[in-house]
Design a binder for this molecule. Structure first.
Ligand code: ADP
Ligand code: ASP
Ligand code: MG
Length: 457
């Protein structure tokens, strides 16, 4: 069997869902399980509704819910014949009525907890998976919707829950295998799951890729296909640099590094279940299905270019912690990391000197409280609007002088931190957010003007 995951833009409207149906139809002999994201932008809108309701603004919350309702009704109307649409419409109506009720409840309580936020966010994938199932069925596919909350079992860390693989794998086999054996096409929503007690959870933004990998690993898929709106994993974000080239093949390690440092085409957690089970992952374009996309495999082929790709991650804050003399002793770093841990703020890049430590974190609202906590140990400064730029490639391991090449291109750029990652395949540095487009374009020109045709398209 294979897993086919369609991202938000690949199910964004009737035309996109039609394309997805045709692509799935072409893969029927391979026994696909389909995983869909919410329609494009829907998760953002649901979270906005939840926040409005939590802030007591019922009008805004319900107004947003109305426009979401219209969009789903209209898409269903375009995709389904009148007879089917009438039946399906009442199903959608019931879902949207219960969403409205939930939003009223949140307004009444006047607080949006992470647990309730997950309940609201889950509507996106529940609705899109129902819609896709109905549309696929109307196009002659024997599609069955499977509620992911019956399969993906997670812990209770709402908004970024961790899957419990043993329970999940058991559930996946139990629910999906009989459908596949009967020649059906299971359609599931990505991103959502539930605790053992049946409480709805979500596994982090962009998590539908991860869902696809969990399903693929649980069922021993031959391949996992991530269908998106670009031709594959590119040498850099094609929306930042029009010269970006398609990477034909890349290693799991390289792809994981890129995803972690901002190439949002793939969720960083996706790679792990695939690696563990040695399942190749393909990134493919649902608007250009004939393109062979990117294949992610255990080992990278030899490549003439220094790097495979450049990623950039914006909205970064640098936290500088300078030790007062007496705390230079061992235990200082431990105390710092414990503070980050207490505030549940994950750290990306670290650089240390004799007397100070600089760390980068995704900008978020916990930083002031974290800084206040750290101030008990040391002098603390923090500054936002930074970006991490990361160059990735297996060749970094062996080739001397690469860093010099990179930084000689950037002599006029203010570089705040540099780290040549422990993984040995990334070179990472931190700059001002505003400088990202220019820096990425310049590095791209230097390192990708002439590419190895075996590896890049
Ligand atoms: P989906 O909704 O299908 O999950 P995403 O928006 O999450 O799609 O990811 C696809 C987007 O990732 C592309 O439109 C592109 O702008 C962005 N992106 C960033 N870096 C890269 C890269 N190196 N290669 C391809 N796409 C990238
Ligand atoms: N719909 C979710 C999000 O927007 C998950 C996903 O699309 O991967 O974050
Ligand atoms: Mg995505």
């Amino acid at each position: 069997m294979i897993v086919m995951k369609f991202g938000g833009t690949s199910v964004e409207d009737a035309a996109a869902i039609e394309r997805a149906a045709a692509i799935v139809k072409g893969r029927l002999p391979q026994k696909p399980v389909v995983v869909v994201s919410a329609m494009a932008k829907v998760t953002d809108q649901l979270l906005a509704m939840g926040s409005a309701a939590g802030a007591g603004d019922r009008e805004t919350a319900l107004k947003l819910a109305r426009s979401l309702r219209e969009r789903h009704y209209n898409t269903a109307g375009e995709l389904l014949g009148t007879g089917i649409f009438t039946r399906f419409h009442s199903e959608l109506e019931a879902d949207f009525d219960s969403l409205d009720e939930l939003l009223r409840g949140i307004t009444a309580v006047g607080e949006l907890t992470p647990r309730t936020s997950d309940l609201v966010a889950a509507y996106g994938e529940l609705l899109s998976s129902k819609l896709a199932t109905a549309a696929f069925s109307a196009r002659g596919l024997d599609a069955t919707m499977v509620d992911s909350r019956e399969c993906i079992v997670t812990d209770g860390t709402h908004t970024r829950a961790t899957p419990l693989f043993e329970d999940t794998n058991h559930q996946l086999r139990e629910r999906l295998q009989p459908l596949l054996n009967a020649g059906r096409v299971p359609v599931m929503g990505g991103f959502i799951g539930s605790t053992k007690a049946g409480v709805t959870t979500t596994i982090g933004r962009g998590g539908s890729d991860f869902s696809a990998a969990i399903v693929g690993a649980g069922l021993g898929a031959e391949r996992i296909e991530i269908w998106t709106d670009v031709d594959g994993l590119m040498t850099t974000d094609p929306n930042v640099c029009a010269e970006a080239r398609r990477i034909k093949v890349i290693s799991f390690d390289e792809a994981a590094e890129l995803a972690y440092f901002g190439a949002k085409v793939l969720h960083p957690a996706t790679v792990l279940p695939a690696v563990r089970n040695n399942i190749p992952v393909y990134i493919l374009n649902s608007r250009n299905a004939a393109c062979e996309g990117t294949r992610i495999t255990a080992r990278a082929p030899h490549c003439r270019n220094f790097f495979k790709a450049i990623a950039a991650k914006k909205r970064i804050t640098i936290v500088d912690v300078a030790a007062p003399r007496m705390l230079l002793a061992h235990g200082f770093l431990k105390a710092i990391f414990e503070a980050f841990d207490r505030h549940r703020v994950p750290v990306d890049v670290v650089s240390t000197s004799e007397v100070s430590v600089s760390l980068t974190v995704d900008s978020n609202e916990s930083i002031p409280a974290l800084a206040a906590d750290l101030a008990k140990l040391a002098d603390v400064k923090y500054e936002g609007r930074k970006a991490i730029v990361c160059l990735v490639g297996e060749n970094l391991r062996e080739t001397p002088g690469i860093a010099a090449r990179v930084f000689s291109e950037l002599q006029d750029v203010k570089i705040r931190m540099i780290s040549q990652g422990a993984s040995e395949i990334n070179l990472t540095f931190v700059i001002e957010e505003d400088a990202v487009p220019e820096v990425v374009r310049r590095l791209h020109k230097t390192f990708f003007s002439d590419v190895d045709p075996e590896v890049f398209a």
